[in-house]
Design a protein around this ligand. Structure first.
Ligand code: M6R
Length: 603
């Protein structure tokens, strides 16, 4: 939520900041802004809307050897130029960008800003003016005033601050919201993530909660708020600059859908020996095997991945599994068993709803594992163990390859835990080979994507709503398919257990309502077909996605046959494509749906 990039150098930083903002746009795109300063000139430019609107306002003469940029996902105040960052204090003494939420900004405003004229409604504008207030009333220098405000703030923040009169220094601080430092020769950067800086450097330093940094072109001074110096070595980010380009794809989402076979291969290579044996650490597997219940905690698509993997985990490991929505679990925790084990699923590793649960779990010293796509992310750092999804950067807001990677990694984990417990009867002989098959089948589905495009043109061009139904794992996939469709095409889409329709939801069926039936479960296929008949006889237009061995002549998309535990991986692909084409055909920005952001760092 919101992206920050900042730079101090011996040359104009404008281009680098704009490139960084483009890379951060997935974190929010309501409005954007940039501030540049050097000894002679200063410029502040803001625009409502995406980065390209901001870029159009930048003139070639704008110059600064220090600068900050911001792309916003609104929390306080509407998306507007007045609320866009950077925020300059009333008398121009400091300029600030912020990611996070300041919970006590109203109190700070009431205490310190009685005389100040604010332009917008953001918590950040309050903070920048409180800093100026301390400079003016207490005679503090910029750094001391900034640090003093930080000690009074309640909430989450990543801040980057410039003193317009001193372009040789740059300040940043972090608490709960991510911030990295980028290291270079004669320049330094800060950014919300590695993507913001990778075009300049892959030598990064992680700033931790409660830390403050002062940057010049050739020095980095990290300290705690009470002035204790911190020494921290940089790490090298393993991100290939090419992997974050769209290439010839019209949208990242299509690229990421098509990358899924490759992700299957990477997961096999990283976590499975060719013989099928797990390469995950024995200690972690033993900890999971010793537990009496697995609690999977996640949000959105990651939550759906947990639901899709639950059956395999339970069947193979014989350990009961509960899957919980993080925002509910943290504040209404169920009775836990004697030996719980927590698995946090999060593509970004930064989701605030999931983090608040992990904080509580850590306070109780309960064992945890984070499965994430982002090395060094907050959830990865704060759990006892972390496993990486190896999906490569996922830029489109709609999560696709992370979903299938999460299910796959949970399946690999289930296999390893079951082997550890000696429960081998139900296991595939060689999971690595089974995943190779999925890789091929995914490739085949991608090659047939025009069939899905045609289904969209036939059934979804103008519809305002759509239903996905299924039973068992098909129900879990139906939930994810509906989320994908609604978030990027704005069609009101819902996933239902097929048998539940007749208990209420069927009242919504009208002439022409699209109902997509997902049928891959042998035991319940005929029941779901019956449920589709019930809606068809009430006017619905039905579309069946099924597997080869269950197919009938009128079915619209036929999936290859695969064992039950792999079916969700294959079945979701055409449904991701369905959402993609529905959004594309309506002319929307597929990668940046309205009101959303990729990384949700507020509760
Ligand atoms: O980064 P996370 O996996 O923790 O994010 C959780 C959700 O915000 C996320 O899965 C969201 O639902 C997707 N963007 C939907 O496509």
């Amino acid at each position: 939520m919101c992206g920050i990039v900042g730079m101090i150098a011996n040359e104009n930083v404008c281009e680098v900041l704009l490139k960084g903002l483009e890379r951060l746009e997935y974190r929010g795109y309501d409005s954007a802004g940039i501030y540049l300063a050097n000894q002679e000139e200063r410029s502040l430019v803001k625009a409502q809307g995406p980065i390209k609107t901001l870029t159009q306002k930048i003139t070639p003469t704008m110059n600064g050897t220090v600068g900050i940029g911001h792309t916003r996902w609104a929390t306080h105040g509407i998306p507007s130029e007045a609320n866009a960052h950077p925020h300059r204090s009333e008398h121009g003494k400091v300029v600030l960008v912020h990611n996070g939420v300041i919970e006590n900004y109203q109190e700070l405003k009431a205490t310190y800003l009685k005389e100040t004229k604010l332009i917008g409604e953001t918590d950040t504008e309050v903070i920048v003016n409180v800093i100026e207030h301390f400079i003016e009333t207490e005679g503090l220098d910029v750094k001391a005033a900034f640090k003093k405000v930080l000690t009074e703030i309640k909430g989450s923040y990543a801040f980057a601050l410039i003193d317009p009169t001193d372009p040789t220094h740059f300040y940043a601080a972090k608490h709960k919201s991510p911030l990295l430092i980028g290291c270079g020769t004669n320049f330094h950067l800060v950014g919300s993530d590695a993507l913001a800086m990778i075009h300049q450097t892959n030598e990064l330093i992680e700033l931790q909660d409660g830390e403050f940094v002062t940057l010049t072109t050739d020095s980095i001074q990290i300290e705690t708020l009470d002035g204790k110096t911190i020494q921290r070595a940089p790490f090298r980010a393993q991100i290939d600059n090419d992997s974050i380009d769209k290439g010839t794809y019209p949208f990242y989402m299509l690229k990421e859908i098509e990358e899924q076979p490759l992700v299957m291969r990477r997961l096999q290579q990283k976590y499975l020996a060719p013989s099928g044996e797990s390469l995950i650490s024995d200690t972690l597997i033993q900890k999971i095997a010793a537990s009496d219940r697995l609690y999977i905690v996640a949000c959105g698509t990651s939550y759906h991945a947990g639901l899709a993997a639950k059956t395999t985990l339970e069947r193979w490991t014989n350990i009961p599994v509960e899957v919980h929505v993080a925002s509910e679990f943290g504040y209404h925790m169920p009775l836990l068993t004697a030996k719980p084990f927590f698995i946090f699923l999060s593509q970004s590793g930064e989701t605030a709803d999931s983090r608040q649960v992990l904080v509580k779990i850590n306070q109780q010293n309960l064992p945890s594992l984070t499965i994430t796509n982002v090395p060094g992310s907050t959830l990865a750092r704060e759990a006892n163990d972390a496993l990486l999804l190896e999906a490569g950067p996922e830029i489109a807001v709609a999560s696709t390859k992370a979903y299938t990677a999460q299910i796959t990694l949970l399946t690999i984990l289930a296999d390893a835990v079951a082997r550890q417990k000696g429960l081998v009867e139900q296991l595939p002989k060689n999971l690595s080979q089974a995943l190779s098959l999925v890789e091929e089948q995914m490739t085949q589905i991608v090659e047939e994507k025009e069939i899905i495009h045609q289904i969209v043109n036939d059934f979804l061009p103008t519809t305002r709503n759509a239903f996905f139904i299924g039973r068992g794992i098909d129900y879990a996939v139906a939930l994810e398919a509906a989320l994908k469709l609604k978030e990027i095409s704005y069609i009101q889409a819902e996933g239902f257990a097929a048998g539940e329709l007749k208990h209420g939801t069927i009242a919504l069926i009208e002439t022409g309502t699209p109902v997509i039936g997902l049928i891959t479960d042998d035991a319940t296929a005929s029941h779901t077909r019956g449920n589709l008949e019930e809606v068809r006889s009430r006017g619905a237009k039905t579309i069946v996605l099924t597997k080869k061995s269950l197919a009938q002549t009128t079915d619209r998309f036929i999936l290859p046959d695969a064992p039950d535990y792999l079916m969700s991986l294959i079945a979701i692909l055409p449904l991701q494509l369905l959402a993609y084409y529905a959004s594309f055909e309506r002319g929307y920005d597929v990668d940046k749906p309205r009101n959303l952001a990729k990384s949700v760092t507020v509760e």
